[in-house]
Design a protein around this ligand. Structure first.
Ligand SMILES: Cc1cc2nc3c(=O)[nH]c(=O)nc-3n(C[C@H](O)[C@H](O)[C@H](O)COP(=O)(O)OP(=O)(O)OC[C@H]3O[C@@H](n4cnc5c(N)ncnc54)[C@H](O)[C@@H]3O)c2cc1C
Length: 392
């Protein structure tokens, strides 16, 4: 493998970097001080610009108007959006390639293409109070009733539900030949029987909330089931693989910005007449951060390249977990050191290190906690061996 990004990835990197620096980063402090909100016309402008850049289409097939970018190019994009705090880079939805395999032509027309055009906004409801790491334990049920399903259950942490018009919900089929198996459904919002139980406050300051949703006898047309009964878990795994790599990339982007900011501050702040950057204890924090970022980024690029060259899906699953584990843990350490280098300023919410020190924490939790990534990696080592997991 080569460790130089191809020209196409570099082009994307430059384009998205310009968007992020000129349009998104200038609104971070305003968002932080206003519960995550920025003026609606600015949010709308960000969405329009993101759609014009093609960000809703990067993973979609060309046959459907997508850009079908290599995963390595997508990782280069995610690294740049990862530089932004307050989720301001979540400007538009994103159609993922698995959706085109899973959805019927009618669903693609009604849900996925509007998502790509910015006319629909999705959220996803998988986790429950008693089922997060072990998704198989979900208690939400979908019972067939004529040409409908009836969905009952409670879903937690449903990110962006306050801004969405469509929820993808995972439920267990109740009754029939596929009893107990998983399936995914599109549910249009609002829906009769679907309510928000409450909207808890979280550590970060985002306009995207994570409410608890209650499904009480929500009737969903059978035509809105995604794929067949029993296929739900397979789709979720495809989703996890890509999303874990994108989280790794975003963590690398965040760490890069933090190292740049901390280095600039250390060079400019004089203590006892000397720039802080001359102090070797400060240099050690910068050096450790840079070395760890370099390693995590290479692993992330390598996993993306393995994805693009069609590595066996089971080995790939472990490689994506390795990238997420390394990059998310690395970014947490880098953010903590950056706060330390900034001193008291690093504890102020107007400071990027303060915001990232809170925001990056969730990357060790969502899309599979660090412990779950370790279990996947160890499982692959025990089944496929060392060479079968990371190559000879
Ligand atoms: C901000 C935020 C946004 C989210 N957005 C969404 C969303 O949009 N949609 C959605 O469906 N979900 C969402 N989630 C849920 C997220 O994916 C889960 O929180 C995550 O998968 C962990 O599940 P859990 O919270 O139930 O923790 P648990 O599964 O209860 O785990 C608790 C602890 O036990 C550990 N643990 C669990 N099993 C094992 C094991 N076998 N061995 C060792 N340790 C173990 C975990 O690592 C963790 O440390 C979101 C969560 C957050 C915080």
């Amino acid at each position: 493998m080569s460790f130089t990004l191809p020209d196409s990835a570099r082009d994307w990197q430059d384009r998205i970097r310009r968007f992020v620096e000129a349009e998104l980063i200038p609104w971070e402090v305003e968002a932080e001080m206003n519960g995550g909100e920025i003026p609606p016309d600015i949010a709308a402008r960000h969405e329009r610009m993101a759609l014009d850049l093609g960000l809703s289409r990067i993973d979609a097939p060309r046959a459907h108007g997508g850009l079908a970018l290599p995963i390595l190019d997508q990782v280069a994009i995610a690294e740049q959006t990862g530089r932004v705090t307050n989720a301001l880079a979540w400007c538009c939805g994103e159609a993922q390639s698995w959706m085109f395999e899973a959805c019927s032509p009618d669903q693609i027309d009604r849900f996925i293409l509007p998502l790509m055009r910015g006319e629909r906004h999705f959220c996803t409801a998988v986790t429950e109070a008693g089922a997060g790491s072990d998704v198989d334990d979900i208690a939400t049920t979908a019972r067939r009733d004529g040409d409908h399903y009836v969905i009952d259950g409670e879903k937690w942490h449903v990110t962006s539900a306050n801004l969405a018009d469509t929820v993808i919900v995972q439920a267990k089929i109740q009754g029939g030949a596929a009893d107990g198996s998983h399936a995914l459904f599109f549910v249009g919002l609002p829906a009769a029987g679907l309510s928000t139980l409450r909207t808890p406050a979280y550590t970060h300051t985002y306009r995207h909330h994570h409410p608890i949703l209650r499904f009480d006898g929500v009737r969903v047309p059978a035509a809105d089931r995604i794929g067949a009964e029993g296929q739900g878990m397979g789709f979720i795994h495809a989703w996890f693989r890509r999303e874990r790599l994108m989280i790794a990339a975003r963590c690398c982007g965040a760490a890069e910005r933090l190292i740049e900011a901390a280095t600039e501050f250390a060079a400019g702040r004089a203590i006892g007449g000397e720039p802080m950057a001359r102090f070797q204890l400060v240099q050690a924090m910068l050096a450790d951060s840079l070395a760890e970022l370099h390693a995590a980024r290479l692993v992330t690029y390598e996993a993306a390249e393995a994805h693009d060259r069609g590595l066996d899906v089971k080995a790939l699953h472990a490689r994506c977990s390795i990238a997420k584990l390394l990059a998310s843990e690395m970014a947490g350490r880098v953010a903590d050191r950056a706060v330390q280098i900034f001193g008291g300023r690093g504890y102020m919410r107007e400071n990027v290190a303060e915001r990232f020190s809170r925001e990056l924490r969730v990357d060790r939790i969502w899309e599979g906690t660090s412990e779950i990534q370790r279990l996947i990696i160890a499982g692959s080592l025990l089944k496929r061996g060392l060479a079968g997991t990371i190559g000879p």
